[in-house]
Structure formats: C-alpha cells, structure tokens
Write a protein that binds this ligand. Sequence first.
Ligand code: CO
Length: 173
Amino acid sequence: MIREIITYPNKLLRTVSSNVENFDEELHTLLDDMWDTMIASNGVGLAAIQVAVPKNILIISLPDINDEQKKEDLIEAINPRITHKDGEIVFNEGCLSVPGYHEEVKRANHVVVEYQDRNGNHHKMECEGFLAVAWQHEMDHLKGHLFIEKLSIIKRKKFEKEYKKRTKIRKIK
Ligand code: CO
C-alpha cells in the first residue's frame, strides 16, 4: 500500500527515530508499504520517518545495469549504524521529502554499516560511491536531518526562496 510521503518543511522530518524492538507483522507491512511508496515516487531510498513513522528503518534500491529496481536486490535495514567512513565524494542528491530539488553534497565515499533485516538477523555491509551516499542520506533522515542542511548559506537561501515559490504554485493548482 502506498503511504503519503511527508515533505519539507514538515517538522516531523526533524524527529530523531528510535530503535525497532519487535520484528513482527507490523514491521513487515511497513517495509512492504515503504517499497510500494518509494517505487511509486521513483525514489532510490526511503526512511520510515518520511512516511511519518519515527523508527530506525530505511530501504535502498539502486537501479541495476538495465536501469531496473528489483525487489530481490532491495536493502531493508533495521536499526542501522555506520561503523566506519572515509574518503570523499561529491554527489548530486535529491530527496522525496524535498520534491523537485537537486544539489551537490559532499559525503564520505566509503562506509561500513551494520544493520538488522526484517527478521532481526544481523548484517554488515561495506560499500562506496552511490550506495555509500544513499546510506548516509537515509541515515541522516533517522537522525532528523535533510540533505539541504549540508548546503552552503548562499545555496540554502536560494533553495528556500525557490522552494517556497514552487510550493505556492502547487497550492494554487
Ligand atoms: Co531523503
């Protein structure tokens, strides 16, 4: 089932999410709904807080070489932690909670993450590039942060102005 994605400046996006304790039916339904919601919006990642659930849950699905997103390749991460990061990469990021806006953000190029799957089993993953960027972007959501907070003051001001203008146009329509 597709859920509603909350968008900036909704204050709920600033919530610090809490850990999942029960790996139950409710969690599985939420994960399935997050997949449906992300795919319907052409996203490559989604954190639970973006559908207004303040839990440490994120999903990532990068397109494969055929530009397809397959559910069997989906990363479902419960209670994730970044245990190591290094290097540097500048990547043009977007976010389903900041629709219509993309900007370059600097992050670590290489991360090691630990997380649990939907059944509570523990996993460790090492990755770099786009996938490392996606992990860091989604992890930020769980701590109540958005990628626009990483912009320079000038870019941030420009963003606020343009975003407000666009939101107003959307409301008139
Ligand atoms: Co995002």
